[in-house]
Structures are given as C-alpha cells and as structure tokens.
Design a protein around this ligand. Structure first.
Ligand code: AVI
Length: 309
C-alpha cells in the first residue's frame, strides 16, 4: 500500500504521462535528493536568482523594517532558507515566525537550524501544503502580519494559479497585511537558458532525478540514458520551460502501466515565469495585493516587491 503522498505522486505521474502533452508538476522534484540538488543549483555561477535576491534583500532591509515596523508575525510559505530568511528576521524585529512547509522533516530541521541562529525568536512551524489554504496558528491571530515568499517561487505557477495562490495568501493573512515577494525579471534569453542549463550539469541532474524518483518510488523502469534535460525559453508565455526529452524511441512501465515515447518527444516538468515591471504589478494586483514599493539589483535582474492586502 502506497503512503498518502506517494498516492498523490502516482496519480500526478500517471495522469501526466497519459496527457496529450505529457507533463509532471514541478513540486515532485523535491524529494531528499531533489532538495539537495536544488540547494546546489542556488550556488551555481549561472543561477543568478538566489545570490541576486539575497543582495537585494540585504540592501533594502532598513527600508523594509521602517515600512513594516516591529512586532509582526512573519509567515513564510516554504521553509525558509538560512541565507535569506535571517536577513529579514534580524532586521524587522518580529513577534513570531511561522514557516509553512509540506515536508515535516525538512520543516523541523530548518526550524532547529534557525533556533540555533536566532535563539530569541519565537518559531511556530506549520506542516501544510501552501498550494492549498493553510490554517494559521490562533496565537498569531491578533498580530499584524508580513508574508514572505522569496525565490520567485511564484514564477513556478502559471498566471491563473499564481493569482489563486496570492488570493489564498491574502485570505490567510487578512486585510492590511504586507507581502514581501521575490519576482525574477525578463532578461536576455542566453542568460535565462544558462541559468536553467548550467555547464556543470546540476540542473540536468535535478530534472533527471524526477525519472529516478519514479523508478525508486513507483516501480518505474525508465532508462535514464534514453532521456536528456532541456531548458527552453517560451517568449509568448514569458517563461523558461524545463523538459525531459527522449533521445531515442523508448518505452517504460510505471506501476504496471506502459508508456511509449518517440525520439524527440518530451515530458514538460517545470515552468519558471519571468516578469517585466508591469507584468509583476499586474500579477500582484490580480492576486489581491496592492504594490507599495519595488526594488531590484543595479542591473535590474531580480525584483523584490512589497505589497499590501
Ligand atoms: C524554486 N524555483 C523558484 C526555481 C526556479 O528558478 O524556477 C526552481 C528551479 N528549477 C531549475 N532551477 C531552479
């Protein structure tokens, strides 16, 4: 009998492989190996978003602290990275920090690491899938709130789903809450593709790990050598797409179902939308958040936006 999470994984994989345009949701990248590979990605020279956003956050914190004021409950969707989250928490003097993550193990580990780093901070971890409505702890009900959603994770959602997600953040935090969100900017195609197809091959390993995970967890018989990683810029939809492309005619089984792919056919595994200044504001507004202020690095590669519900 498969565990509950495995059943959801199985359902998404089987439905995704049977679809006319085969696709598997990007959230399944993040098993233990996938999360480690993602950490490696954030340190790659060609993957500019993490270090650029960190530099922007460091530069703007005095201003954010002045705008937000002390005593807020900081709610972060996705367990915080120890590089970015402390920059915010050390600057704004919050009353409590609420990290939300689907993986209890990962959540507890990051809460422990953060307690070591910021022992004065009250941390209330919440184990939940932030893509669904999350019930926040009653203890923070009366506090003013600041939502934190860095990393341009919003870009992994197609615009309609990003709108739904932002609206659910608004419903969780309530009117008057603030949101600090990272949104990656459109830039020359070569740089975008290099960020998602690094010469070191880490992003390729991250993408291919999805097939390994299918083999490990869903009795898959996928031959890894029959697949390669591809990052494509989709100019009309303003997004980088990651695909797994079959290099030859191939077939495999997943949980007893057989799938055949022709050479050159692909499985679409991720979208990473990039925003112009106007598109970023429109996305926030349609999600129910009024943009108050935005900052970028000097080159304009990555934006951090502050908005009010
Ligand atoms: C988590 N997310 C914002 C990353 C991105 O840039 O879309 C995931 C990623 N995929 C490949 N590289 C990084």
């Amino acid at each position: 009998m498969l565990a509950i999470l495995d059943q959801a994984f199985a359902a998404d994989v089987l439905a995704g492989l049977k679809a006319p345009i085969p696709a598997i949701p990007a959230r399944w990248f993040y098993d233990k190996r996938g999360s480690e590979l993602f950490d490696d990605i954030t340190r790659l020279p060609s993957y500019y978003p993490s270090r650029t956003e960190t530099a922007v956050l460091e530069a703007i914190m005095p201003e954010v602290a002045a705008l937000a004021g002390p005593g807020r409950a900081v709610v972060e969707w996705g367990a915080g990275s120890l590089t970015k989250t402390p920059i915010l928490l050390e600057a704004i003097d919050p009353a409590v920090y609420v990290p939300i993550d689907i993986s209890g193990t990962y959540l507890r580990q990051s809460a422990r690491d953060l307690r070591d780093k910021l022992p004065w901070l009250d941390i209330i971890p919440v184990e939940a899938d932030f893509a669904r409505h999350v019930e926040l702890p009653g203890a923070i009900a009366a506090l003013p709130k600041l939502g934190f959603f860095p990393g341009s994770t919003i870009g992994n959602f197609v615009p309609g789903s990003a709108t739904d997600l932002l609206r659910s953040f608004r419903a969780e935090l309530g009117t008057g809450a603030l949101l600090l969100i990272g949104m990656d900017r459109v830039k020359p195609v070569e740089r975008l593709v290099a960020a998602y197809d690094d010469p070191e091959g880490v992003t390729a390993a991250f993408n291919l790990n999805l097939l390994e995970r299918i083999n490990r967890e869903l009795d898959g018989t996928v031959r890894l050598a029959d697949w390669r990683h591809e990052a494509r810029w989709n100019d009309i939809l303003s997004r980088i797409e990651m695909h797994l492309v079959s290099v030859r005619d191939t077939s495999f089984e997943v949980l007893g179902d057989r799938f055949a792919f022709r050479a050159g056919q692909s499985i679409h595994t991720e979208n990473s939308h990039k925003y112009g200044p106007r598109g970023a504001r429109v996305q926030l507004l349609t999600g129910g958040w009024t943009p108050l202020k935005e900052w970028t690095d000097p080159a304009g590669d990555f934006a951090v936006m502050l908005a009010r519900a």
